[in-house]
Unconditional design. Structure first.
Length: 466
């Protein structure tokens, strides 16, 4: 017999019938059909949409140190259509990441920053501050790698690792774990072990027919979207350092979780073996461009002496010795950290700092207290007082510091060095250690002194091009 006739039904009536469904309902129905179709294909053939088995990891390519040597450590990790460029930069304690929580301000000596630009998924978009997704993925990868870090006593550097995702089709956070571990090794960080991560998926039979759950290793983006579970697991051969579980069902059985963890371990071991092949038998050592660090303790009361007025003394030490940086942790005792690519510069800077400590009377053995009444205090320093043969302690771009008397410095701004106009301190015919006569021009409420130089000196023409 003939079916229901559509004769006489206009196009508007057909559209009206379809319009009785909301767009969200149609999208939900189509997604459910796609999920069921994907599971049926895998259950019937044992193959996924890209031809892999349920336990197979996509092809892996690793390139260690692809960037120039000026980058301390770098690695390019590619797994299928997901690629992460990891870079690691080492610094001293002054470069630690500062953050604040309910307990106050804290510092992190290791932090991983994750970047997911729109072009990694073939899109065009605005690149701004990190969003919730970027922060979350970066925290997961950072937590996975933190367990493998050496102690601060063994490796005193601050470690900043960045993962730039250049293409993505499934688990860029686990690719960041792999790229981050490889880049840290390339930068000379003596990790306890390499760390790898893999994302697991799950296809459940939601038809009610009781089909066996299917666990997938190294899921694609489509398997993440259509599957029931996204389970990220990171660690080494003997344990797990971080994991994250997203599920779209009411819960998972303990036995199913055991199966997923066992299968994840197999995939993790395979990825670790590929990473080790790329590293070879090369020794982990600091690259030539990484500054060496020397730390030593000094009494906290001499910190001001080392820093000097406005940081002049410590900046002068950095300039004179050629080190990259000198930082001070103002604990008790204080810890001075010197960073430089030159061992000779570090030794020179340490010697000068220790000399300052000695001048401040911070020797471990105290001199016997003199007998008799204490000496009278020195007379106060007043405006218009003249001091002769004052040693120049330091020269900075904006002026010079002179010693008015032991332990008391005065500052002469570049504009008060001479009646002539001086554009650059390089024109001044004076150097550190020279003796000059000065006149006190200002005494501020903090007990700091401004002076004017009275001694004549040569003034060279300004450097060409300035």
């Amino acid at each position: 017999g003939e079916g229901p006739s559509t004769a006489g039904k206009g196009e508007d009536e057909v559209l009206l019938a379809s319009a009785s469904f909301e767009e969200a309902e149609i999208r939900g129905a189509l997604k459910k059909m796609a999920c069921e179709a994907m599971r049926e294909i895998v259950a019937a053939t044992g193959e996924r949409t890209d031809g892999r088995s349920t336990t197979q990891v996509r092809p892996i390519s690793v390139e260690v140190a692809p960037l120039p040597p000026v980058v301390h450590g770098s690695a390019l990790f590619t797994r299928g259509e997901t690629q992460a460029l990891g870079t690691t930069t080492l610094g001293d304690s002054s470069m630690a990441q500062r953050y604040e929580d309910l307990e106050g301000e804290k510092r992190k000596r290791f932090y991983l920053q994750y970047a997911f630009p729109p072009f990694s998924v073939g899109e065009v978009g605005r690149v701004g501050s990190p969003g919730r997704r970027e922060v979350g993925h970066g925290n997961l990868a950072e937590r996975a790698l933190r367990a493998a870090l050496p102690g601060e006593d063994e490796f005193p550097y601050v470690i900043r690792t960045e993962s730039l995702i250049t293409e993505s089709c499934g688990s860029s956070s686990m690719a960041s774990v792999c790229a981050g571990a490889l880049s840290m090794r390339a930068a000379g960080v003596p990790l306890k072990s390499l760390v790898a991560g893999v994302a697991m998926g799950l296809l459940l039979d939601e038809s009610g027919e009781g089909g066996e759950p299917i666990i997938l290793t190294d899921i694609l983006g489509s398997e993440d979207a259509l599957g029931t579970m996204d389970f990220k697991v990171a660690g080494n051969e003997v344990g797990i350092s971080a994991f994250q579980l997203d599920i779209k069902c009411e819960g998972l059985s303990i036995e199913l979780m055991r199966r997923a963890l066992r299968q994840a371990r197999e995939g993790r071991l395979h990825i670790l073996s590929e990473m080790r092949k790329a590293c070879g038998d090369s020794e982990v050592r600091l690259p030539p461009g990484v500054g060496r660090i020397r730390s030593f303790a000094v009494p906290s009361k001499v910190v001001g002496k080392i820093i000097g007025p406005g940081g002049a003394t410590i900046n002068g030490l950095i300039s004179d010795t050629g080190v990259d940086n000198i930082s001070i942790d103002k604990s008790d005792p204080a810890v001075v950290t010197i960073t430089s690519t030159s061992d000779e510069a570090i030794a020179l800077a340490e010697a000068q700092v220790r000399e300052l400590v000695g001048e401040s009377g911070a020797a471990t053995e105290r001199a016997p207290r003199p007998s008799g009444p204490p000496p009278p205090p020195p007379p106060p320093i007043r405006v218009d007082d003249i001091y002769e043969a004052c040693e120049i302690k330091n020269m900075v771009p904006f002026g010079v510091f002179v010693a008015l008397r032991p332990g008391v410095d005065g500052f002469c701004h570049i504009s008060e060095l001479s009646e002539q106009y001086i554009k650059s301190i390089d024109q001044v015919g004076l150097k550190r250690g020279d003796a000059v006569d000065v006149r006190v021009t200002e005494v501020n409420k903090d007990g700091k002194y401004r002076v004017a130089v009275l001694t004549d000196f040569e003034i060279a023409p300004p450097p060409a091009g300035r």
